[in-house]
Design a protein around this ligand. Structure first.
Ligand code: CU
Length: 307
């Protein structure tokens, strides 16, 4: 019954099973009672309706019993929840980044991983950071779940008890590819973990292309992919200097995606809509992106051509 893979799982499962059992007994009991009353007091048996008023005994009974039950629920809930907020001092801290639509784990010194690799039997504290909208980190097997909210330092902790692979997912609807915001927690032995971390490339130390930094800062990648995938808006891959069929009003025309077009697409995004995409989904970035930054974006787009 208690199949969780972290130190916190047992407390959560106890509260769950307790509340579930009480609910189960009540729904079965109440349904049977209702059926019994329906049959026992059906119209052909009892012609005259009876009137009742007040029963102190009953009032006390149906106050005391539920009170005791909910106090037990509170007890199990509290005992399960309290340790979740008491993180050990020696917990290993990993910055956990949620963004549309992936998780990234920052082990420090520029070492980033898309999979959470952790040593078994070691307290782990995940510091939760969002780069865009609200997300929620959920690791069902560890029975932990916390919201990942921009501008708010949230965290969770647990100690994994067994080696193995466990699912991680986002449980706060965060846009188009929310369903795909999944990864894994890989729990390994301490020495295997050290070896893995040692070999992890420090990609985070390489700064982004300045143009890419502008795109990231403005959240452009929520709607435009870099790899050719079709999202809400056209992909940036092979965009620069390509021919695009656009709709101006209802008129179709073919334009060249040159510097000038890219500037127009950022400042007046609804004037020319690339065929196959919807009007009105993007606002003007005239107040947010400077002409100099657009130049950086163009330089970056050039790097996405070819292959
Ligand atoms: Cu999300």
């Amino acid at each position: 019954m208690f199949g969780g893979a972290s130190n916190l799982a047992e407390g959560v499962d106890k509260a769950f099973v307790f509340i579930f059992t009480i609910s189960f007994i009540f729904i079965i009991g109440l349904t049977l009672l209702m059926i019994y009353i329906l049959i026992r007091y059906r119209r052909s048996k009892v012609k005259e309706a009876m009137q009742f008023s007040g029963s102190i005994k009953l009032e006390i009974l149906w106050t005391i019993i539920p009170l005791i039950l909910v106090l037990f629920m509170f007890y199990y809930g509290w005992v399960g929840f309290a340790p979740m907020r008491e993180v050990p001092d020696d917990a290993m801290r990993i910055r956990t980044i949620g963004r549309m639509w992936e998780w990234e784990f920052d082990y420090g010194q520029g070492k980033l991983s898309k999979v959470l690799v952790i040593p078994v039997n070691k307290p782990i504290r995940l510091d939760l950071v969002s780069e865009d909208v609200n997300h929620s980190l959920f690791i069902p097997a560890f029975r932990v779940k916390e919201d990942v909210v921009p501008g708010y330092d949230n965290w969770l902790w647990f100690t994994p008890l067994y080696t193995g692979e466990y699912e991680i997912m986002c449980t706060e609807y965060c846009g188009l590819l929310h369903y795909d915001m999944v990864t894994r927690a890989r729990v390994v032995e301490q020495d295997e973990f050290e070896e893995w971390l040692e070999n992890l490339e420090a990609t985070g130390l390489v700064p982004d292309h300045p143009g890419l930094a502008v795109l990231k800062k403005n959240g452009c990648m929520a709607c435009h992919s870099l790899d050719g995938a079709k999202l809400v808006g056209p992909t940036f891959k092979n965009l620069y200097n390509s021919q695009k069929t656009v709709l101006v009003g209802r008129e179709e025309s073919v334009i060249l995606a040159d510097d000038d077009y890219i500037k127009r697409a950022i400042y007046q995004p609804n004037d020319e809509i690339v065929k196959g995409y919807s009007r009105g989904l993007m606002n003007s970035y005239e107040k947010l992106i400077t002409p100099a930054e657009i130049q950086l974006i163009i330089e970056y787009l050039k790097t996405l051509n070819g292959e």
